[in-house]
Design a protein around this ligand. Structure first.
Ligand code: ATP
Ligand code: MG
Length: 211
């Protein structure tokens, strides 16, 4: 049975689609049976997946679907039986579709850019996960190479009793380059720092799967 993870955060542009695609590619590279679901009407991952069709042998095998919101629970149930991990990318702003995806998941992965504004904006997503009784794990994304903000945000999360995954992702141009080619950074640039970080995040996330 698969571990189902919804990547959710009401704030736009925080890296939901980037992390969902890169984690999917990293898990596939580790030999896991991966399904990636695009539940966002923006269809960001559908574009990524279309580009992936031309990426050739660098792209590991993964299953991809873009179900309409009302079909997400049944699609998840089906994929759960035949995969090791199912990752759902979710839309910003739309509470109804995000709620459906969160309800279908075992864990909500909340990408967070280390800034006070982003931290404050996370409350709505945390409330949604709480209402659906789903555990949450926060992943810091676009962490600048220098400065104290990431440490301060991490401390604020701990004070709130939130689980912070100890595998931050830096602010790296390789993510956009790989994304444009329909790849994850572990496929496009396997020896890069970005790839090391994504693999570390994937392993840390794996350890959170229910036993
Ligand atoms: N770690 C990173 N380093 C550099 N750029 C990043 C990183 N993560 C995301 N980005 C960039 O930030 C932008 C927004 O990322 P993405 O589309 O993944 O966010 P999102 O949360 O899915 O947005 P939306 O809410 O619109 O769905 C993209 O241009 C992406 O390439
Ligand atoms: Mg997105």
């Amino acid at each position: 049975m698969a571990f189902v993870v919804a990547v959710a955060q009401r704030k736009g542009g925080v890296g939901k689609s980037t992390l969902a695609a890169n984690l999917a590619a990293a898990f596939a590279g580790l030999g896991e049976r991966v399904a990636l679901l695009d539940t966002d009407p923006q269809k960001t991952l559908s574009h990524w997946h279309a580009a992936r069709g031309k990426a050739g042998s660098r792209a590991s095998v993964l299953d991809f679907e873009a179900p309409a919101g009302w079909r997400v629970p049944a699609t998840c149930d089906k994929l759960r039986r035949s995969h090791d991990i199912v990752l759902l990318d979710t839309p910003p702003h739309d509470d109804t579709d995000a709620r459906i995806a969160i309800r279908a998941a075992d864990l909500v992965l909340v990408p967070l850019q280390p800034s006070p504004a982003d931290l404050w904006a996370t409350g709505a997503t945390l409330d949604l996960a709480k209402a659906e009784k789903r555990p949450v794990a926060v992943a810091l994304n676009r962490v600048p190479a220098q400065g104290k903000l990431a440490g301060e945000v991490a401390e604020a999360l701990r004070e709130k009793g939130l689980r912070l995954i100890d595998a931050p992702i830096g602010n790296r141009s390789g993510f956009a380059t790989a994304f444009a080619a329909g790849l994850g950074v572990t496929e496009a640039a396997p020896r890069s720092l970005a790839a090391d970080e994504v693999r570390a995040l994937a392993l840390a996330l794996r350890s959170l799967a229910p036993r």
